[in-house]
Design a protein around this ligand. Structure first.
Ligand code: ATP
Ligand code: MG
Length: 673
């Protein structure tokens, strides 16, 4: 306890009621959570299996669990729940699937699955064309996050348009039920509804989770907050930590006002503020504070640090996007050589994933090892999607998406017209494609030969499913892959045999992960429940959805990620690229007048840096296939001049805004590289 400052200590020791730690970046909020977990286990004798800590990304959850386990002696931290909200939701649904009316092995639809289902429904409906797909998906997600069920959405719909979306929402939920599936938002919504309607189940979970801690609380949405409230009940065994200035998920339904609501909902709430930052130099903090002061504030926070003044922040304006990426790469190389930094000490942060491509190219050219978090996913690889679809179908035969993905992978000579006839039959009877295969009525619709192929497939899947029910489900999966000669299929469908081998390696890796997940499930399960392949597949699917290659990698690599993905993390040297209007702030946010959230995102980026911060921008950037002039981000004007070194702007820093003509001239005069 000696390393904590007095306020942190207070937050750790206070367990008599609900506690909110409200503090700026790098002030040790997450550290309070991990310390408090250790304190609860070691000093308050609460067994680890009765403590749950929640956060938003798998990476953050994993780090937190690691930090907590290190603080606790021996194996006392076994059974501790440190997970994402969605993972907890999944566990609740898994355990309670019977009372919820789900068959074991229910599927989790990712955004792509949900999209294709919605598209189908909208095509059938006719009132909405598929141009509105994004809008509809977004609206349904908002409704779910705000706990609005279809009936309510229908009754409050104001216009025929809203009415139509609400109707699709209703059908969409019905279809999910029919497929024995849930979507991402359901992972929170369904447990909340269950807890609200079933006191017995709620009490069971309240007995299980005796103390709850929440990190990054400012990013909870309405349903997540309600889940927290339900679990905590009137016991007040709750600690949440957050920073309203780091709220960057409003577009996904997050409600930063949940911070102020807490005070209303829990009048006895103890609010603790932390002001010392242990992460960054004073310069970096000054720049961050100065920028965020442009947002209106409910809570005032003044961060200070003892890490020394540090180097000025550098803002480098490069000729064009190519020069920008090149500059970042060479900066990394020279700084590494001169100052003996490691590659992993550097992070490059950007607003959108598309910005990574050029950076990647340059890093490769300079042979700089790097790792992208959250970009193209392991689980987005075709071979992984194929095998996952097999797994999904085995654990949930009603998963039509999975069925359609693999019915001809590898080829089984089942044509589109056969599949259409099958689909028509299934939807008339409101059953899944796989269930339809058992029905005699199909004979009149599908020619005998084709029907035979389908039924052979069904028979085989059932056999595999039975094998998976045995002691060694993963062996059954390996056998299945042999049966279909998936390796041969990869060789036929890859550019080279080397590529095919690489893809098969990925498949082996997936199968190993499945084995590990099953092993882990059986050792984690405090209820001694036998772990099944269903649970392991559900976990993998969820990991796929959230993690997208978040896997830990300790080797020496430069880290690339979006600003959003960087939240909660820290790096010695940070590059923030693309500091231009329309990129940061993002064009959509400018249109929607949502600049404050973009400013918070910039604040998050700045406060990731421990020692140095470099911002870059390109004078010209390709947009819609054409090179066009860019305007420096308005946030650059909001930095304190004395703490910033400008390069590539000529004599003038950008806050002395240049008239348009002059700016072009200035650009021409300042092509520095
Ligand atoms: P963010 O808002 O970015 O999530 P945070 O408030 O959660 O930041 P932490 O990540 O917990 O901050 O801590 C930031 C850094 O400060 C970490 O490296 C942590 O180990 C260190 N730290 C926290 N508290 C102390 C302390 N009392 N003494 C020394 N170092 C500390
Ligand atoms: Mg944190």
């Amino acid at each position: 306890m000696t390393q904590l400052n007095p306020r942190q200590k207070e937050a750790v020791l206070y367990i008599d009621g609900p506690c909110l730690v409200l503090a700026g970046a790098g002030s040790g909020k997450t550290s309070v959570i991990t310390r408090k977990i250790a304190y609860l286990i070691e000093q308050c004798d609460i067994p680890a299996r009765h403590i749950a800590a929640l956060t938003f990304t798998n990476k953050a959850a994993r780090e937190m669990k690691e930090r907590a386990s290190k603080l606790v002696k021996g194996s006392a931290s076994r059974g501790l729940t440190v997970s994402t909200f969605h993972n907890l939701g999944l566990n609740i649904i898994r355990r309670e699937h019977k009372s919820l009316g789900f068959k074991p092995g229910f599927s989790i639809f990712d955004s792509e699955d949900a999209r294709s289902l919605l598209k189908d429904l909208m095509m059938k409906d006719g009132d909405l064309d598929s141009d509105h797909l994004d809008l509809v998906q977004h609206q349904i997600s908002n409704w779910k996050n705000d706990l609005i069920i279809p009936a309510r959405a229908l009754s409050v719909a104001q216009s025929p348009g809203e009415q139509a979306i609400a109707l699709i929402y209703q059908r969409y939920n019905q279809a999910l039920r029919a497929y024995n599936a849930v979507d991402f938002d359901d992972l929170i919504l369904i447990p909340v509804e269950l807890f609200q309607t079933n006191a017995e189940v709620l009490q069971r979970w309240q007995r299980k989770i005796r103390y709850l801690l929440v990190d990054e609380y400012q990013d909870t949405n309405s349903s997540q907050y309600l889940l927290v409230q339900l679990i905590v009940g009137n016991r007040g065994a709750l600690t949440v930590v957050g920073d309203d200035d780091q709220s960057i998920y409003a577009w996904r339904g997050a409600r930063p006002e949940n911070m102020s609501l807490l005070k209303q909902d829990y009048p006895s709430l103890r609010v603790i503020k932390l002001e010392q930052n242990y992460r960054s130099t004073s310069r970096i903090l000054r720049v961050a504070n100065h920028l965020i002061a442009n947002n209106p504030h409910d809570f005032d926070k003044a961060l200070w640090s003892e890490m020394g003044l540090g180097d000025p922040i550098r803002v480098l304006r490069c000729k064009n996007e190519d020069a920008e990426a090149e500059r970042v790469a060479t900066e990394i190389l020279t700084q590494r050589l001169r100052k003996q930094y490691k590659f992993r000490d550097f992070a490059i942060l950007y607003r959108g994933n598309h910005q990574a491509r050029l950076l990647e190219m340059k890093l490769q050219q300079h042979q700089i090892p790097y790792k992208i978090s959250g970009g193209s996913s392991f689980f987005a690889k075709t071979e992984i999607k194929d095998v996952m679809a097999y797994l999904r179908l085995i654990v949930n035969p009603d998963d039509d998406n999975a069925f359609l993905r693999i019915i001809n992978t590898p080829r089984r000579q089942i044509g589109t017209s056969t599949l259409e006839a099958l689909g028509g039959y299934a939807s008339e009877r409101h059953i899944s494609l796989f269930a339809a295969l058992d029905e005699l009525g199909l004979q009149s619709r599908i020619p005998e030969k084709n029907l035979e192929r389908l039924q052979r497939f069904a028979h085989w899947i059932k056999q595999v499913t039975r094998n998976c029910g045995g002691d060694r489900p993963v062996d059954a999966i390996r056998e299945m892959l042999n049966d279909i000669d998936y390796e041969g299929w990869l060789h036929q469908n890859s550019a080279s045999s080397k590529a095919a081998e690489k893809r098969m390696e990925n498949v082996f890796y997936l199968v190993e992960s499945l084995q590990k997940t099953i092993d882990k499930n059986s050792s984690d399960d405090d209820e001694g429940e036998e772990s099944r392949i269903e649970d392991a597949v559900a976990k993998l699917v969820l990991r796929d959805m959230m993690e997208r290659q978040e896997e830990e990698d300790l080797s020496d690599q430069v880290q690339l990620m979006t600003l959003h993905a960087s939240k909660g993390l820290e790096f010695p040297h940070v590059f923030m690229v693309g500091m231009e209007e329309e990129l940061l702030p993002h064009r959509n946010s400018i249109e929607d007048n949502n600049i404050e959230e973009e400013r918070r995102l910039t604040y998050v980026g700045i406060t990731r840096a421990q020692r140095t911060l470099t911002m870059t921008l390109a004078g010209k950037r390709k947009q819609f296939g054409e090179m066009s002039e860019t305007t420096p981000s308005r946030f650059l004007d909001e930095l304190p001049v004395d703490d910033v070194e400008w390069e590539g702007f000529g004599e003038q820093s950008p806050e002395k805004n240049l008239a348009k003509g002059e700016e072009t001239l200035a650009n021409l005069l300042n092509l520095f590289d």
